[in-house]
Design a protein around this ligand. Structure first.
Ligand SMILES: [Zn+2]
Length: 313
């Protein structure tokens, strides 16, 4: 009887231990599986959240809220540091400007037109190039004029839109193709009354327009007498006058004018061309641009970065 009892007790203990072992293993296995499921859920959530943010950003690009959104989100994505260079568009300091990222996009650009000047010219926060920073420096000196003016901005540039937002200046934006502008306007047939604008900004648009002379005539028509046109375009500083080919293919345009959608490059007679269109022409003085905003040339060889500050006669 004692022997039977001992075996029974032994069996019970053994079964208990086996049960505990199985229970412990099952517990660990279930925990492990739940752990894996938890990690997978976490990763999936992160991927879905990132996809949602990208989709949201993409959709916002089509609306005029994009500039406010970019300004807000960029604060978390880009860090300002106490570097030597300063971007007057976004008002931030950096250790250095960044290389132009489309340098190697040979489907749309000719990299040979990006060799003569320095490439480290792009603001990492607002993507401004030297020409936009030059305009922002001019705008900083004319804040009161801009605040009291009716402003129309063709093909608005993100960096300058951030500048206008920072200074609380209202501008009406316009473009023929871009969906996030206030107005859809054709530069060669502007659907606005005569003399209706005080200041018009039109940077790097004229080289894309089939009839640039008509575009200049339309700009002259909508600006009031004494109003201003702030305009710039790519200039071949070795050409006497405008070089264009309206029938060139996209590949030929890249070869001839550096970019797939450029119909022309302007020449050394640009001031005369603007004067003939009815403007008194001055240029924003590049000598007065501080060292920390330069280099003022580049990134492309045709980016002479001459900004014409014209007064309508
Ligand atoms: Zn910037």
């Amino acid at each position: 009887m004692r022997k039977y009892d001992r075996n029974a007790v032994f069996n019970i203990i053994l079964k208990c231990m086996l049960f505990m072992l199985v229970f412990a293993c099952s517990f660990c296995l279930i925990r492990f599986v739940f752990g894996i499921i938890f990690i997978i859920s976490l990763l999936l959530s992160a991927v879905l959240a990132a996809a949602a943010v990208f989709l949201f950003s993409f959709l916002l690009r089509c609306t005029k809220f994009y500039y406010a959104y970019y300004s807000f989100v960029s604060r978390f994505l880009f860090k300002e540091d106490n570097g030597n260079v300063y971007c007057p568009c976004c008002g931030k300091h950096f250790g250095h400007f960044e290389d132009e990222r489309f340098y190697d996009d040979i489907r749309h650009y000719d990299p040979r037109t990006f060799k003569r000047f320095r490439q480290d010219v792009i603001c990492d926060f607002c993507r401004s190039a030297p020409r936009q920073r030059i305009i922002a420096k001019w705008a900083e000196e004319n804040v009161e004029l801009l605040k009291s003016s009716k402003i129309l901005y063709f093909a608005p540039e993100l960096s300058m839109m951030l500048w206008f937002r920072r200074h609380g200046i209202k501008v009406t934006t316009a473009d023929l193709f871009e969906r996030r502008t206030d107005l859809k306007l054709d530069l060669t047939d502007i659907d606005l009354p005569d003399h209706s604008e005080d200041i018009v900004f039109c940077n790097h648009v004229l080289e894309h327009v089939p009839d640039y002379k008509k575009a200049l005539s339309e700009l002259h028509r909508i600006i009031r007498e004494g109003g201003k046109l702030i305009i710039s375009f790519p200039i071949d500083d070795e050409a006497e006058t405008v070089r264009e080919d309206l029938n060139a293919s996209a590949d030929e345009r890249i070869r001839l004018f550096g970019q797939h959608d450029h119909l022309r490059l302007f020449g050394k007679d640009s001031i005369t061309m603007l004067e003939n269109a009815g403007f008194e022409v001055d240029t924003i003085d590049l000598e007065a641009i501080p060292e920390d905003v330069v280099p003022v040339k580049g990134p492309s060889d045709y980016d002479s970065n001459l900004i014409f500050c014209c007064v309508r006669k």
